[in-house]
Design a protein around this ligand. Structure first.
Ligand code: NAP
Length: 226
């Protein structure tokens, strides 16, 4: 499958590498490929410059958001939550129309310091904002509740015996995304319902962030015992 991964951070890189490893034709999207490849400093989180990652992942093309989305069968949103609507606008509604969008972004707002706050929250979610703004996209919120390494290698903890959620209005899109998740090794895939259920998935972040602090590692996930 031709997959566009929008986002050059840890999540975009991790997902792009894993999907390419599964044999998909993957392109990674960014605002300005030249500027992204020219960065030489780690970002605020200490993530190595993109070019360094790309040197060892040459099979993943790099393109502007619009060019990446235009040629894709399926699109992944791995952009910063504050910039997701801008990134998808740059990708272009026409380039995204009818496609499944795997939305991994969290609407974390760090402007008031740590811990970040969610915006929107409670009565709305980023997943819903994206679906409202781009009614022709088939948005499926998923994977946002775990760290990037676990997204593509669930077996890193508890033998992979933990849960991942999907939220979206389109049953066929959720089925396709569930198949993709299964190909990455996820076994307990819970369909929460329509895109309004993304509120709950995004509202896991405050407890996720506190667990990260308490446990001193991001290598953990939630298991829904039942
Ligand atoms: P990030 O630093 O949150 O996002 C980087 C990407 O966002 C870059 O591609 C950047 O574009 C784009 N971006 C930032 N501001 C933008 C704007 N104003 N307009 C358009 N694009 C913009 O990277 P990340 O840590 O990989 O996280 C990606 C998403 O996944 C986030 O929403 C995060 O909350 C979520 N998430 C992360 C993890 C994790 O383990 N890190 C886990 C679960 C969910 P350029 O390429 O042009 O710079």
């Amino acid at each position: 499958m031709k997959i566009a991964v929008l986002g050059t951070g840890t999540v975009g890189r991790t997902i792009a590498a894993a999907l390419a490893g599964l044999g998909h034709d993957v392109v990674i999207g960014t605002r300005d490929p030249q500027a992204t490849l020219a960065r030489t400093e780690p970002d605020v989180m200490g993530t190595a410059p993109f070019a360094q990652w790309h040197q060892s992942h040459g099979q993943v093309d790099v393109a502007r958001f619009a060019d990446a989305a235009a040629g894709a069968d399926l699109v992944v949103n791995a952009t910063n939550g504050v910039g997701s609507l801008a990134a998808l606008t740059a990708a272009g509604a026409a380039n995204l129309a009818g496609k499944v969008l795997v939305d991994i972004a969290n609407p974390l707002d760090f402007r008031h310091g740590m811990p970040p706050v969610l915006n929107p929250v409670n009565t709305d979610s980023l997943g819903e904002e994206i679906q409202r703004t781009f009614p022709d996209i088939r948005v499926v919120k998923t994977l946002n509740t775990m760290n990037a390494a676990l997204m593509v290698e669930p077996g890193r903890v508890a033998g992979g015996d933990h849960s991942v959620f999907v939220s979206g209005n389109d049953s066929d899109a959720k089925r396709d995304v569930a198949a993709l998740l299964a190909s990455l090794g996820h076994r307990d895939i819970i369909d929460l319902g329509d895109i309004t259920t993304a509120r709950g998935a995004e509202m896991i972040l405050p407890i996720w962030l506190r667990l990260w602090g308490a446990l001193g590692t991001a290598d953990f996930n939630f298991k829904i015992a039942r």
